[in-house]
Write a protein that binds this ligand. Sequence first.
Ligand SMILES: [Zn+2]
Length: 339
Amino acid sequence: MNEAIYPWQQDAWRQLQGVRQRLPHAVLFHGPAGIGKAGFIEHFAQALLCEDVRPDGHPCNACASCGWFVQQSHPDFRRVRPEALEEDGAGEGEEGEDKKKTKAPSKEIKIEQVRALADFMNISTHRQGLRVVVLYPAEALNMPASNALLKTLEEPPPGTVFLLSSNSLDRLLPTILSRCRKFALALPPHADALAWLASQGVADADGWLSEQGGAPLAALAQAETGNREEMDTLLHYLAHPTVETALRTADKMQKVPLSSVVAWQQRWLYDLFSMKLSGRIRYYPRYQRELKGLSERVPVAGLLAAIKSTAERRGTSDHPLSPKLFLEDMLLDYTACCS
Ligand SMILES: [Zn+2]
């Protein structure tokens, strides 16, 4: 067992060594969000650049190349991801200086970022080995950036490997898909994910895991955000919607990122709809009884309207004019759909 990758990724790592034998120009790793794909492909990138790779395919962590990689300064490596991820601290300080930006960081991968790779690919490699580009999430590529990347994938520069990762293949251009060797990373078995969460000190791991659809890193992130109380307040409201509680609940959500509140409500609606159709729920098993009661009461048309309007709100939740009004509006809308 290698600790640089997650326990549930060990088999995938072994399979990946077969891919490495005949390495394509581009590999697209795909699977649900929150299972650790980015870390996995970065580890593979390090292994591809390592000058003394171990028999099991893991990097040696001792050669010059590994040293540069770990210090974020490998000359033959580039990472392309949305600005928003850089600022999340998901990464590692290389671009974090400019703290006083007035504009919100972009969630898209832009064409300039793809174009910037051209210079990188046109010079010879520093270590006479491969050049590796890691890009994620691929669905963050906007249209011009997708087209620019496609051109590169169509005429792959020699000695360059692209490692892409995606949470949703259906949001990628088919022409990009067809240029990549696909490699699936699956949700871990429930027991493995639970054991891992417990090892991270997460209490009520089972609850968090269900709420995140079985994705352990997403569950950990939620458990660590400290918003559990607010989440319970919201779920309690969603289970017993009235105009009065809608307003009170909106008031209590002020400190939570709006996108989280919208996501919680989206999962709730997913469960409600699923309960109505099939009697099954996925995210909020603790509310089984309430979901069942509501599903018998709420008309399908109202439910579909709530699902649609909540999805639309997800798109605007980053920049509402007034977070409070945004929340009141969303919750009152839900109350109306349920009555
Ligand atoms: Zn090494």
